[in-house]
Ligand binder design. Sequence first.
Ligand code: UDP
Length: 316
Amino acid sequence: MARVVVTGGAGFLGSHLCDRLIERGDDVVCIDNLVTGTLDNIAHLRDTPGFEFVRHDVSDYVDVDGDVDAVLHFASPASPIDYLEMPIQTLKVGSLGTHNTLGLAKAKDATFFIASTSEVYGDPHEHPQKETYWGNVNPVGPRGVYDEAKRFAEAITMAYHRTHGLDTRIVRIFNTYGPRMRPNDGRVVSNFIVQALRGDNLTIYGDGSQSRSFCYVDDEIRGLIALLDSGEHDPVNIGNPNEFTVAELAEIVVDVVNSASEVEYHPLPVDDPTQRRPDISRAKELLGWEPRVELREGIERTAEYFAGVLARVAPA
Ligand code: UDP
């Protein structure tokens, strides 16, 4: 049993992490400024013994009373529409927020775990992406605010590891989807499912030939916990290597939801990566981890969740 601080704990991944940690008997201090996270995601945990919520922006100094065994830094806008709307906050939480949470981990002699991203690979020239690939990121493009903040976060995490001997973990998370994404999150899986459920056209950006590899949230969280429990300091990709084009995803969603929706085409956002797929050899070898949930099954579960959300927002 441990006491774990989760920043961004009211967000999509953060709240699932809180659930899993509480389930296994850990105490959790969930910190979130509720900019993109929501109390709805942790409402079921509010009265659980061992769970504590603190509303705070970790880009400012972070103070936690008592012993802490691990600090998991998951706070950040993570959807392109969010970080384009909040570029400076995104840079701050990835840089200052990482520095503050590293400081907390160091002061408490705790393990530090940073949520990094496949975006550190940018628009990759190596495919699939191994952890040894250094990436192709445009620092001054609109996505640079997220990508470079996360690259800085990885760099300062390794610096704390090397300089202070801090016990650290770096995970590179690839596109993850599932319950508790916001219906207006802006990411492709949530957009398509919500559009299909409403009978609206699915909005394909570009010609739909760009690819992504989508990991169901339960698989992702299992990988994150396995990495936390390992002693691995170098970056590890956690994602599902099954790659789909955006056009293929649209077809699957329409089929699963049994929707009459059609597709419509919109301009491709600037610097939108053309392909993305994790090489998960390291995760398999080091953690014995691999994803189990196929895309169709994950889409079914997620569509069920969104159907419930939409029914509450606009009852039929
Ligand atoms: N996308 C799309 N329609 C949408 C939302 C996204 O075609 O309604 C595309 C987007 O341009 C990108 C891919 O889907 O090529 C994945 O986008 P997302 O925002 O989910 O994540 P990213 O991997 O780009 O961070």
